[in-house]
Design a protein around this ligand. Structure first.
Ligand SMILES: [Zn+2]
Length: 262
C-alpha cells in the first residue's frame, strides 16, 4: 500500500501541473443537476414510479438486473483481481445533487479500474446512508459508490461499505466542503485521493450484473468489496443531517448468480 501511495503522489504532482492549464477540465463551473426529470425515493415520484417519470428511466421498474440486492448464497469463484489506479489530485468541486453528496471527475483524470480486460475510468463517487446493499440481511452504516465507465460506455460500480470507527481522511475533506443544499461548492488548495475510500485490502469482493441504484438505473457490472472502511460516528452523522435515508430497496435477483472471490 505504501508503494502505491508513493506512486500516487508522483502522479498527483503531474496532474496538478496539467490542471492549471486553461480548459483542461470538463467539469462545469456552475451546478447542473444530473437529472432532467426530478425523482424521489418515496411518494408520487418514488422508486415504484421511476419508470413512469421519463422514458429514459425505463430500466428502473422494467429491468431484471437492478441494484441494490441482498447478497447471500454467493458462489465462490476464481475471480480476477480488481486493479485500481488512484491519483491524489486537486479537489475542484463538491456537489450536493439533492439526493447525495458527490464528487465528479473530468475525462482523462487517470483514476482507473482494470478488470476482465476492460479499462474503466472514474466518473464520480457518492454516498448512501445506510448501505444500499445488504449481506445476508445485514446493513452497514453507509455505502460509498465509485462509478466508472469505459470509453465504449460500459459502466461499472465499486461499492464500499462504511462502518463506524476511525476517521476517514478522504470523507473528512469532502465533508468540509459539502454544500448544505443542492448546488456545488468550489474548492481551492485541497488535494483528494479517491483511493482513501477503499479498504486497506480491496481484493475480496462480490460480483453480479446490476445497475445504477438511482434513475436512469443504467445496467452495470457491480463489484461489492467485502472489507468495509471506517468513518467516525460524527462523519456519519454529518451526512445523515443532510440525507438520513437515500436508499433504494433491495431488488429481486430474477435468477442472477452472485459470485464471490475465493
Ligand atoms: Zn449510489
Amino acid at each position: 500500500m505504501n508503494k502505491i501511495r508513493r506512486a500516487t503522489v508522483l502522479a498527483g504532482a503531474g496532474f496538478l501541473a496539467c490542471a492549471s492549464l486553461p480548459g483542461h477540465s470538463a467539469l462545469p463551473e456552475t451546478y447542473v443537476s444530473p437529472w432532467k426529470t426530478p425523482w424521489d425515493y418515496e411518494g408520487a415520484r418514488g422508486a415504484d414510479h421511476w419508470s413512469e417519470l421519463d422514458p429514459a428511466y425505463a430500466p428502473c421498474n422494467e429491468g431484471r438486473e437492478q441494484s441494490p440486492i441482498d447478497i447471500r448464497d454467493a458462489q465462490p469463484t476464481d475471480l480476477p483481481d480488481l486493479r485500481f489506479v488512484f491519483r491524489d489530485a486537486p479537489l475542484r468541486y463538491v456537489t450536493n445533487n439533492g439526493h447525495t453528496i458527490r464528487v465528479n471527475y473530468p475525462a482523462g483524470n487517470g483514476n482507473l479500474l482494470l478488470v476482465e480486460g476492460r479499462r474503466y475510468e472514474l466518473l464520480q463517487f457518492h454516498f448512501h446512508r445506510p448501505s444500499e446493499h445488504t449481506v445476508s440481511g445485514t446493513r452497514y452504516d453507509m455505502e460509498a459508490h465509485l462509478m466508472y465507465r469505459t470509453t465504449e460506455g460500459q459502466v461499472a460500480g465499486v461499492n464500499v461499505f462504511i462502518k463506524s470507527g476511525q476517521s476517514n481522511p478522504t470523507i473528512e475533506r469532502v465533508w468540509q466542503h459539502m454544500p448544505p443544499t443542492e448546488g456545488q461548492n468550489h474548492v481551492a488548495g485541497v488535494d483528494l485521493d479517491p483511493g482513501g475510500l477503499l479498504p486497506r485490502d480491496p481484493h475480496g469482493y462480490y460480483s453480479y450484473p446490476g445497475s445504477l441504484t438511482a434513475p436512469p438505473c443504467t445496467e452495470a457490472a457491480m463489484f461489492v468489496l467485502k472489507n468495509p472502511v471506517e468513518a467516525t460516528t460524527e462523519q456519519i452523522a454529518a451526512f445523515a443531517r443532510l440525507y438520513p435515508h437515500d436508499v433504494r430497496a433491495v431488488q429481486p435477483l430474477y435468477g442472477r448468480v452472485v459470485r464471490e472471490s475465493r
